[in-house]
Design a protein around this ligand. Structure first.
Ligand code: FBP
Length: 568
């Protein structure tokens, strides 16, 4: 019997999941062939850290120099003993985290169906404070192929003190957990390496494995091709930018200033530029390398606005990376001095000064160069730099509305150019900031597959008795079945850097390489994109349909690996 429309609608309303969510739950992520049967462990040569070898070796005597591990397909093996594993989501959300956990769950159940998975709640804090939940098949099934980290929540507690490690060990012992998987970015994986070293040193009998997460795309190197979440997040932002560009090209009356998340690195802005072909994209790493001033950037934008206006095009799009302000050498120096003058020990010098006079009072304490940079900023931005500080006393640069700062300064510059007879046109800016819109999106097929493989692979590293390794799945521009799987010693990615005044071992952060293929492709095209309207409209992520449409990697990955299969 045919159901009438209203019955159908109320049936859908009664379901807890949307129709797409239900269809997506049935998606079976693809695994590299090496992980589909029994798994053979192949050891490579011993490794070295990327720099500062002696210092890193001295700090990690028990986990330094381990070999790279590669897994190969083997005949199906008999079940091993059950293993209890703990998992932590650390830092900002990134699409695909739930699939890392479901891959890990399926992997340890493959080892033995009595294995158990415990999720620590709200990040590393849950591990230290013994807040956890057992992740059963019922819970896991509810979260397969979904975005977000809400299955156990995430947090930014830093896991770096021995007291925290010892407190965490108590709950691991209580639950008979033999391995901990930490899903996080460069800092969280650095902490995973420190924890692995400590547990090895005290013979705690607990392995620690890391997984590379962050939408920012800055956890990558010779051996980790990309962090998960970057692919989906940039596809979501590119869809939104494409939609704005279609609107922009229809109305032909606005300049859209679009700031994009990504913390320090400009990978997200660059990837979105490659996908959408905006009129302008600023790359922070280039600004720093060329020692550009804020004025240089403003003039660059204003010149393009004026040149387009001369053709009658009073519209356009500009992509701005979140961390830009920190990369402008003059502002970097200014921020450093402001951090000092406004530090806890010195800030009382400004007590009792009215807000209206604060800017002048602060400027008097600065060097002449820093004072000039400070006073040239619009008042609101200068006050943001002076007032909004994080718990460590640093300026919260991500709160600075760079998109509004730039549009205001470009507006001022255009007014001058108009007086000089260099600009005739109309300048109406619109502002956007994209970040949270993409961090919890349902993972693209790429991220769904990649994350599931990373989690399943982590279970294989646990089964192989390894510790201090990062789960590594490579050859990512090939079809998923041809991906390779294994483990990379985390110490191999480390060097020494000054953090909070002390020399520390850390995983090197990957900024945009100005001699890398993604930037070079952009640099080759940008003049054409500036003057002509070459917008691309990538549209929404597709989960079902031809592989060409659904399984494309990011342009960054494709260009880095120079694989024409994925370069469209
Ligand atoms: P992670 O480095 O932890 O993956 O976080 C990425 C990020 O989304 C950055 O792009 C952004 O600057 C930051 O998190 C914002 O974090 P929060 O929402 O906690 O302020």
């Amino acid at each position: 019997m045919r159901k009438n429309k209203s019955t159908l609608y109320s049936n859908i309303e009664l379901m807890k999941k949307s129709v797409l969510q239900q269809a997506r739950a049935a998606y079976q992520p693809k695994l590299p062939v090496a992980l589909t049967g029994g798994v053979k462990v192949v050891e490579g040569e011993p490794t070295q850290s990327v720099a500062d070898q002696e210092a890193i070796k001295a700090l990690f005597p028990n986990t330094y120099g381990l070999p790279v591990i590669k897994f190969e397909k083997d005949a199906p093996s008999r079940q091993s003993k059950p293993v209890n594993v703990g998992v932590i989501l650390s830092g900002g959300q990134a699409p695909g985290g739930h699939n890392v956990i479901s891959g890990l769950f399926d992997g340890i159940k493959k080892i033995n169906r009595d294995s158990r998975l415990y999720g620590f709640l709200m990040g590393p804090g849950g591990f230290v404070d013994h807040k956890y939940v057992e992740l059963t098949a019922e819970i896991i099934d509810d979260y397969r192929n979904t975005g977000g980290f809400d299955i156990i929540g995430s947090g930014r507690t830093k896991l770096e003190a021995v007291e925290q490690f010892d407190k965490g060990l108590k709950i691991l012992r209580e639950l008979d957990i033999k391995a901990l998987v930490i899903i996080g970015g460069d800092d969280s994986n650095t902490n995973a390496a420190v924890l692995a070293e400590y547990y090895k040193k005290i013979d705690a009998g607990v392995q620690v494995i890391g997984c590379p997460k962050t939408i920012d795309g800055d956890l990558k190197n010779e051996v980790i091709e990309t962090s998960f979440g970057f692919d989906t997040a940039t596809k979501v932002y590119s869809e939104l930018i494409g939609n704005i560009q279609r609107d922009c090209n229809s109305a032909k009356k606005y300049w859209h200033f679009i700031k994009l998340m990504g913390r320090s690195a400009s990978h997200i802005a660059l990837e979105c530029a490659l996908q959408t072909q905006p009129n302008i994209c600023i790359v922070s790493e280039e600004v720093e390398a060329n020692r550009q001033t804020l004025n240089d950037i403003v003039n660059y934008i204003a010149d393009i606005v004026a040149a387009r206006a001369a053709k009658g095009d009073n519209f356009g799009t500009i992509l701005i990376p979140e961390g830009l302000i920190e990369f402008i050498p003059a502002i970097k120096a200014l921020i450093a001095q402001l951090n000092d003058e406004l530090s806890d020990s010195k800030k009382s010098q400004f007590d009792g000064i009215a807000l209206a006079d604060l800017r002048e009072a602060i400027a008097k304490k600065l060097t002449p160069e820093n004072a000039e940079a400070y006073l040239s900023l619009p008042e609101k931005v200068a006050l943001q730099l002076s007032l909004d500080r994080d718990p460590h006393g640093n300026v919260q640069v991500s709160l600075i509305e760079t998109e509004k700062l730039l549009s205001e300064l470009v507006g001022r510059r255009l007014a001058e150019m108009r007086k000089e007879g260099k600009y005739v046109g109309k300048f109406s800016p619109q502002h956007h900031f994209f970040g949270y819109e993409g961090r919890c999106a349902d993972p693209s097929n790429f991220d769904a597959d990649y994350c599931y493989a990373l989690g399943y692979n982590a279970a294989c590293l646990v089964n192989a008795g390894l510790t201090g390794y990062m789960s590594s799945v490579r050859n990512l521009t090939a079809a998923a079945v041809q991906w390779t799987a294994g483990g990379i010693p985390i110490t191999m990615m480390m060097n020494m850097e000054v953090r909070n005044g002390a020399n520390k071992p850390v995983i090197q952060k990957a900024l945009v390489k100005l001699d890398g293929a993604p930037f070079l492709r952009f640099a080759q095209k940008r003049d054409e994109w500036a003057m002509n309207t070459c917008y691309m409209y990538p549209g929404p992520i597709q989960y079902f349909g031809p592989s060409d449409v659904c399984d494309q990697t990011s342009k960054t990955l494709a260009l880095e690996q120079d694989n024409p299969y994925t370069v469209k």
